[in-house]
Design a protein around this ligand. Structure first.
Ligand code: MG
Ligand code: MG
Length: 247
C-alpha cells in the first residue's frame, strides 16, 4: 500500500532528510586514501546520534553498521571494515536515519583521491541518471516514466542498470511501497501523486548488469565498477522536492 504524507509528516521527513544531508556531506568529505570504511561508519553514527536521531541501517535485518560502504565492484550494502581506502577507488556511501519517527535514505559515490577518467565518468553519469528520473517525478507521469528515464541515461552512456535491486517508497518505514526500479517502460506503472515519498537510487554498472548476491554481499558479476546515487524525493503538485538535500 502506498501511503501519501500530509504536510506535518512531510515537514518531519524534510527535517530528517536535511539532517541526513548534513551527516553524509561530512562523511563524504572525510573520504581520502588511507581512511578506513570503519572510520567513516563511526563518523556517520556519531553525527547521527549527536543530532538526536537514530541510524536506521544499524541492526536492520542484522546489518552490522550505520553506513554501507561499497568499494569499486561492490554494488551496494558493503560492510565497513579496517581496510584503508586506496587512491583510485570509488566508494558508494549509503546512509539512513530516523528522526522523530520518520526516515530518510540517501547515497553518494565518492572518488578516493585521483581516479581514472572512466571511473569519474561512471560516478557522474550515475548522478545524472537520478536527475533524469527526477525530471519525471511530477503529477501526470507514472513510475515507469521515472524508471525508463534512468535506464535510458545509463544506456546512452554505454552502461548497464542493476536489475536485482531497486528504489522504494519511504516514510515511517525505510522500505514502503512502491518499488522503484531503475529500468522500465515509459507510460506504465503507478501514477505519481502529491504526498508520495520515494527513495530513488540508480545503481549503474560499467560492464554487464548481472550481479552476484550472497546475503548482504552484492558485486558485479564481471568485476566491473558500480556506482550508486540516491535521494529521498517528495512528489508535489508542482516540481518534486529532494527531501535529502538542503538547498
Ligand atoms: Mg540507501
Ligand atoms: Mg534506499
Amino acid at each position: 500500500m502506498i501511503t501519501l504524507k500530509n504536510a506535518d509528516q512531510i515537514a518531519k521527513m524534510r527535517r530528517a532528510g536535511h539532517l541526513l544531508d548534513e551527516v553524509l556531506t561530512q562523511v563524504c568529505a572525510a573520504v581520502a586514501p588511507g581512511v578506513t570504511t570503519k572510520q567513516l561508519d563511526h563518523l556517520a553514527e556519531k553525527l547521527i546520534r549527536q543530532a538526536g536521531a537514530k541510524p536506521s541501517f544499524l541492526g536492520y535485518q542484522g546489518f552490522p553498521a550505520s553506513l554501507c560502504t561499497s568499494v569499486d565492484s561492490i554494488v551496494v550494502h558493503g560492510f565497513p571494515d579496517n581496510h584503508p581506502l586506496r587512491e583510485g577507488s570509488i566508494v558508494g556511501l549509503d546512509c539512513g536515519l530516523i528522526l522523530d519517527g520518520w526516515q530518510s535514505d540517501m547515497a553518494r559515490t565518492v572518488c578516493v583521491g585521483n581516479v581514472s577518467a572512466q571511473a569519474k565518468r561512471l560516478v557522474e553519469v550515475t548522478k545524472q541518471c537520478f536527475f533524469e528520473g527526477l525530471a519525471f517525478c511530477k503529477v501526470g507521469y507514472r513510475l515507469g516514466d521515472v524508471s525508463n528515464a534512468i535506464e535510458r541515461c545509463a544506456h546512452d552512456a554505454g552502461y548497464s542498470v542493476v536489475r536485482a535491486l531497486c528504489g522504494h517508497g519511504i516514510g515511517r518505514a525505510m522500505h514502503e511501497d512502491p518499488e522503484v526500479p531503475n529500468f522500465g517502460e515509459a507510460g506504465h506503472g503507478v501514477r505519481l501523486r502529491p504526498g508520495m515519498t520515494l527513495a530513488i537510487e540508480p545503481m549503474i554498472n560499467e560492464g554487464g548488469w548481472e550481479v552476484d548476491i550472497d546475503g548482504w554481499h552484492v558485486v558485479t558479476e564481471d568485476g566491473s565498477l558500480s556506482a550508486h546515487y540516491e535521494n529521498t524525493v517528495l512528489i508535489t503538485a508542482g516540481e518534486p522536492e529532494i527531501l535529502s538535500m538542503r538547498s
